[in-house]
Every structure is written in structure tokens, then in C-alpha cells.
Ligand binder design. Structure first.
Ligand code: SF4
Length: 521
């Protein structure tokens, strides 16, 4: 059930009672069995400055960013005097009804949609997080993962900080509150300089909005503008530019790695709070996370995925009758592949878009029920055909095997699998929920062993060199060398400080040692 938490002037109130589930709609049965889920992004963030209905603008933006996190969402607004904050468990559209949006007045707003990787899943860890400090009221929303949070937390607690949550985002706010810098913007710059890892953040006080990216630029964050002929323009920030489209905001530029942007009554100002770091933006955003209609790191995702498909065809094509994407994320790469190989593209697998996270269990246990609930083969397209399936990753291998069995069961003569990125061999510590190394099939098996396991006629991955070429914008944009590829190489761009802190509890100690040896420091 959706739960809401309201932080207004009167303090914190639980609004869950005001959003009771319709009694005619049955409670869900149980979780869909999915032992091999896709990798999940931690969060999406959004901010608006200078719009009379800022909460609704952020709501629309978060709606477009829902793919970046479905566990909880929140919006904080300010009107120059007061700061209100409502967050809840569930989808953006479930939490923010008309009644709820009406409780969020103001022309400044920030918002967040979350799938957690650190901190637990409780409502308390939903964002934005609001902290009242000597520097005034601050609300923060954060996408990414800090890797030195253990040290910082200890240091802050010794200095008297009282943490309301276990989320690493609160560490940034506490650092701001405890900074010796006298102005707020200096305190923010000072605190951002102390944290290491991946963060794209939006922050708000009663009358200012801030946006910043970590010095290596792991996660995307763009700035846009809604033109206003009768007054100052509205300034917006979002994890992905698809969030601008519903607002009719125009893309202006990226927030640069190590940049802190401030928007206030005096306009937009910017400072570089950190420099001298190599850019290592997450290449997996282009492979899978971001929407193809977004521009991230200054480059269109659709263009990258189309190129990945074409390059994959150049590297590993085999004779086939049809190219079939594993929907939805494999579609753009499959279109590129089909065009390059001159083989017809067909939607041979149909995704049920209305599957939630729960279902009413069938009376009899059905083999591979979770996958069958989500995907269904189009028998008349597949029967007697040599099929090339295009997908964006293999994590544990169990889902790929089920899909291949499904396509073969629908009559396909041959099933070849092509993956639009290299084998995933190492976990991510920068805001992506990855299983431990021991659960990543490519960390433990050769490509031929994986092929046998998933029961494909052939299997090929895109080469790392090919992938980086496909995401390269040339000398005037992001280049292949500006990406993090740690989950494909095991070479991590940050130091191995506090890695233990962010490993899942089940992660075995022995693997820590192995990973530490693999990592570059
Ligand atoms: S490790 Fe992989 S998923 Fe994580 S930031 Fe680097 S490229 Fe992205």
C-alpha cells in the first residue's frame, strides 16, 4: 500500500490514511518470481526554479523519470518562506494525487524517485531529505552512491551530528550543516569536495535551488529552461532530458562534472568546486538505463543504442531470417542491427506493459511463470525461423535461458543471442544495484559456457572497444575515454575506501579480497 509522509511547518505527519486503497480492488497476491531481474538504477532527480506551480512541474518530470526508480518518490517545495516536503512509497502517480499536490505550494521545487542501493527501503529514507540546520532549512535529492560514507558518518557523529536516516544523501546535508564556511554556497562546495563516489544532486532552501555533479560525472544531470515572455524564465534540472519534454522545457546544457550551479533571484550562477579529475560517466546509462528519447552526457541515447546494434552486427552477425528485440530495452539496438545486417526486424516477443510487481498466484505452479507473465512469443513470426535475439545484458543468465526456451518452444529453428555490451563481470559501486561477483554469470563462466547454459545456438557480446566507439561524440563532446566501464573490466575509477560499507550483507568476505585485488586504486 502507498504510504505518504508529509513534512511541512507543523513537522512530520503520516498521510497514508488520506490515500486508502479502493476496497473494491483486491490486495495483490504475491511478488512476481524474478530471480534474474535487470540491473536497477538507484534514482532520478528533478528541480524547478521560478514556476507558479513548481510541484506539478516536478511531478511531470518525475513521471517521465519513473524508470529510474519505482520504490518511492518525493517532492519538496518552497515559496520563499516555508518549505514543504511530501514523500511516499510507490509510483509517482500513486503518491501525487491532486489533493497531495495541493499541499505543496511554491515556485521552487525538487523531486526524487528512488530505488535504493544503500540505506534500507523504509519511507524514512525516501527523498527529498529535509534537514533544519544552522545554515537554515535544506532539502536534498540525490542520484548515485557515495563510497566514503562510513568515514564521514563517523566523523560527523563525533562532531555531534544526529542522523535521521541511514541514507548516504543525508551525509551531504550534515556536512553542509557542519561546514565552517560562512555562506551557504561555500558550505555546499566545501561538503561536496569531501564526498567521494557518484552523485548528481539537486538541493533547495526557502529561496534558492542548487544542482551539482560529482567531479567524475558518473550520473547524468542536465539543465533546461522554460521561456517566459512576461518575466524571468523557469530553470529546470533533471537526470534525463526526457523529463523536460512534458514541461516544454528546452535543453540548455549539462551540469558539468565538479560543477555547482545556483539559481536564485539574482539569476543563474556557477562555480567549479572540484577540478583535475578524469571524467568517468556511466556507459551503462547509454546501454540500458536511460530512455532512448533522452540526451545524457550531452549525447542522444537513441544514437548510441542504434550504433551499438550496428557495431554488434559488424562484429558477430550469423545468417538469420529475423532480428527480434527482447523488449523494451533491446529495441533500439535491434533496429540498428537489423538495418546494418539487412535482415528483417520483427517484434517476435510481446511485453505485457500492465504487469505490476505483484500478481495473483495461479493454482498450479507454472514453469517460468514470471517471465511468461511479462513476455509472450508471437508464434507465427518465429515458427521455422532462424532468430537473432538482441538484449542489453545477461546478469545471472536464468532469464536469458527462459526467453530462449520460450522462442524455441514457439517453433524457432535456431536461436542466436547478441548482447549490446561486453560481459558484466564486476559489481557497480556507483548507484547501480548489481549482484555480487559470485552471482554474475560472466564473472564465473566463459562465453561458450554461458552459451551452453542459456541453450543458445550462438552467443556474442559487443566488444568494449566497439561499445566505447558507439558512445563517442568526437572532439567536441564526450569521448570513449570519458566513460566508466568498471562492471566490464573490474577497473574502478575511485579508490577502494569503504567498499565494505556498500556491499550487500550476503556478500562473502573472501570476494572482498578478490575484488580489492582486481580494483585499481
Ligand atoms: S560500474 Fe558499470 S554500471 Fe557502475 S558506473 Fe561504472 S559503467 Fe556504470
Amino acid at each position: 500500500m502507498t504510504r505518504l509522509l508529509y513534512q511541512g511547518l507543523e513537522g512530520v505527519a503520516d498521510l497514508s490514511e488520506s490515500l486508502k486503497r479502493d476496497p473494491l480492488i483486491p490486495e495483490p497476491g504475491s511478488l512476481i518470481p524474478d530471480e534474474d531481474p535487470k540491473l536497477r538504477e538507484e534514482c532520478g532527480v528533478m528541480a524547478v526554479y521560478g514556476h507558479p506551480d513548481a510541484a506539478r512541474q516536478v511531478y511531470l518530470g518525475l513521471y517521465a523519470l519513473q524508470h529510474r526508480g519505482q520504490e518511492s518518490a518525493g517532492i519538496a517545495t518552497a515559496n520563499g518562506h516555508h518549505l514543504s516536503n511530501i514523500k511516499g512509497m510507490g509510483l509517482v502517480s500513486e503518491i501525487f494525487t491532486e489533493d497531495v499536490l495541493a499541499k505543496l505550494p511554491g515556485d521552487l521545487a525538487i523531486g526524487h524517485t528512488r530505488y535504493s542501493t544503500t540505506g534500507d527501503s523504509a519511507l524514512l529514507n525516501a527523498q527529498p531529505i529535509r534537514v533544519d540546520s544552522v545554515k537554515g532549512l535544506i532539502a536534498i535529492a540525490h542520484n548515485g552512491n557515495l563510497v566514503n560514507l562510513g568515514n564521514l558518518r563517523e566523523k560527523l557523529e563525533r562532531a555531534g551530528a544526529y542522523f535521521q536516516t541511514t541514507s548516504d544523501s543525508e551525509i551531504i546535508v550534515q556536512l553542509i550543516a557542519h561546514s565552517k564556511a560562512t555562506s551557504l554556497v561555500d558550505a555546499i562546495a566545501d561538503s561536496l569536495g569531501q564526498v567521494e563516489g557518484a552523485f548528481s544532486i539537486v538541493m533547495m532552501t526557502r529561496d534558492k535551488v542548487f544542482a551539482a555533479r560529482d567531479p567524475r560525472g558518473f550520473r547524468p544531470l542536465s539543465m533546461g529552461r522554460i521561456k517566459n515572455p512576461d518575466g524571468p524564465d523557469t530553470i529546470v534540472f533533471a537526470s534525463e532530458t526526457c523529463a523536460f519534454d512534458l514541461l516544454r522545457a528546452e535543453y540548455e546544457r549539462e551540469v558539468l562534472p565538479g560543477e555547482l550551479v545556483m539559481v536564485s533571484a539574482d539569476g543563474v550562477t556557477s562555480r567549479q568546486y572540484a577540478s583535475g579529475f578524469e571524467q568517468t560517466s556511466c556507459v551503462f546509462e547509454h546501454v540500458y538505463f536511460a530512455r532512448p528519447d533522452s540526451r545524457i552526457f550531452g549525447r542522444w541515447v537513441q544514437e548510441s543504442r542504434d550504433q551499438m546494434g550496428r557495431q554488434l552486427a559488424r562484429e558477430s552477425h550469423v545468417p538469420a531470417d529475423i532480428i527480434v528485440p527482447v523488449p523494451d530495452s533491446g529495441v533500439t539496438a535491434a533496429l540498428g542491427y537489423a538495418e546494418e545486417a539487412g535482415v528483417p526486424f520483427r517484434f517476435g516477443l510481446i511485453r505485457n506493459h500492465y504487469v505490476g510487481r505483484t500478481f495473483i498466484e495461479p493454482e498450479q505452479r507454472v514453469r517460468d511463470f514470471g517471465v511468461k507473465l511479462k513476455l509472450n512469443p508471437v508464434r507465427n513470426l518465429l515458427e521455422g525461423k532462424r532468430v537473432i535475439l538482441i538484449d542489453d545484458s545477461i546478469i545471472r543468465g536464468t532469464t536469458s535461458r527462459k526467453i530462449i526456451r520460450m522462442v524455441r518452444g514457439a517453433g524457432a529453428k535456431e536461436v542466436h543471442l547478441r548482447i549490446s555490451c561486453p560481459p558484466t563481470i564486476s559489481p557497480c559501486f556507483y548507484g547501480v544495484d548489481t549482484p555480487s561477483k559470485r552471482d554474475l554469470i560472466a564473472a564465473n563462466k566463459s562465453v561458450e559456457e554461458i552459451r551452453q547454459y542459456i541453450e543458445a545456438d550462438s552467443l556474442a557480446y559487443l566488444s568494449l572497444h566497439g561499445l566505447l566507439q558507439c558512445c563517442d561524440d568526437g572532439p567536441h563532446g564526450i569521448q570513449g575515454s570519458d566513460y566508466c566501464t568498471a562492471c566490464y573490466t573490474g577497473n574502478y575509477p575511485t579508490q577502494w575506501v569503504d567498499v565494505e560499507e556498500i556491499l550487500p550483507a550476503r556478500y562473502p568476505k573472501a570476494d572482498d579480497v578478490q575484488l580489492s585485488l582486481l580494483g585499481t586504486t
